[in-house]
Design a protein around this ligand. Structure first.
Ligand code: MTE
Length: 320
């Protein structure tokens, strides 16, 4: 008999939570906390949606990270990297406030049998936002525990029928200097570009993210849709995507073009491989305060069991 052991990202139907149930549970938890019962409850359960866009439909939590205390919504949405809206960490929140994300279409082409376009409304309604992934780590040795909401990228890609020559997937952000004022400065070679190997792109933990804390993504976090590859450094998680292309050759990517000695194509979180200018062995958590101490960085950001097999036999110092 085959006994199926659930992987950390797989959960039972009963784990699905809709907005109403989420709010109700939150009220109960708040009442419990007021009675001093909070310590018995998972820390993340006490934090709920704190703003943002429209609520997203049914979501389920991935098991991994549920015991970690999520970073506050306020910190997730005010300390950002999004050079299209300025290079300071506070600039995206100020400059992307009114970013218009409708209408929005994503073109998918290259090595596939069914190239085409898909609109954001079809993405939101055609691919239920049913996964929730915790954890995010930037290359600059800081981390957050973010309840990202989305669905596996593989589902979207399958619709366009990649062919046997498709070995990589390339992504591009919108290029529109009127809507993205940071693009009037040549701080990067616009548009922002990223890429994954096909097996990485098809991995169930690689998410197309449309929300955070159960609400649509705010502009500064990459509205209306971004990538999250939870075992990689944050720069792989390209925001505000308009183009996806299947390629035979490894695609060019923004940061590995800019600084090839510092940023590699793979960018897997790895405490043993330092960035040339700083250690990657420990991480500071945003929102915990300067004196709270650092946390040890986990191999593949804590997803080692799930993803290490993708890199079997590869020298991760060379392919960083
Ligand atoms: N995507 C685009 N288009 N432009 C960017 O400047 N910055 C990257 C990544 N995606 C970036 C981007 C970097 S360096 C990081 S660390 C994360 O987005 C930050 O995501 P967050 O602001 O939601 O934390």
């Amino acid at each position: 008999m085959l006994i199926k052991t659930p992987r950390s990202w797989e959960l039972k139907e009963s784990d699905v939570t809709d907005e109403q149930a989420f709010r109700q549970r939150r009220r109960l938890l708040q009442a419990a906390a007021a009675l001093g019962l909070g310590a018995a409850l998972p820390a993340h359960a006490l934090v709920g949606p704190q703003g943002g866009g429209r609520p997203l439909p049914g979501l389920r939590d991935t098991a991994y990270g549920k015991d970690l205390k999520p970073t506050d919504y306020e910190d997730i949405t005010s300390y950002n990297n999004f050079y299209e809206f300025g290079t300071g960490k506070g600039a995206p929140a100020r400059n992307a406030k009114d970013f218009q994300t409708r209408p929005w279409t994503v073109r998918v082409d290259g090595e596939c049998d069914a190239p085409g376009e898909i609109g954001i409304e079809d993405i939101l309604t055609g691919f239920p936002q049913e996964e929730r992934i915790y954890r995010f780590r930037c290359v600059e040795a800081w981390g957050m525990i973010v309840p990202w909401d989305g669905f596996p990228l593989s589902r979207l890609l399958a619709r366009f029928k990649p062919n046997s020559r498709a070995r990589f997937v390339a992504f591009e952000t919108l290029y529109d200097p009127e809507r993205m004022p940071g693009q009037t400065r040549r701080v990067l070679d616009w548009p922002y570009r990223e890429g994954l190997r096909m097996d990485e792109a098809m991995h169930p933990l690689t998410l197309m993210v449309t929300g955070v804390y159960g609400k649509e993504l705010p502009g500064q976090n990459g509205a209306p849709l971004r990538l999250i590859v939870p075992w990689k450094y944050g720069f792989k998680s390209i925001k505000s995507i308009v183009r996806i292309r299947f390629t035979e050759k490894m695609p060019r990517t923004t940061w590995s073009d800019m600084q090839p000695s510092e940023y590699g194509f793979y960018a897997n979180v790895n405490p043993k491989v330092d960035h040339p200018r700083w250690s990657q062995a420990r991480e500071r958590r945003i929102g915990e305060g300067l004196f709270s101490g650092k946390h040890p960085t986990l191999m593949f950001n804590g997803y080692e069991d799930e993803v290490a097999s993708l890199y079997k036999g590869m020298d991760l110092r060379r392919f960083f």
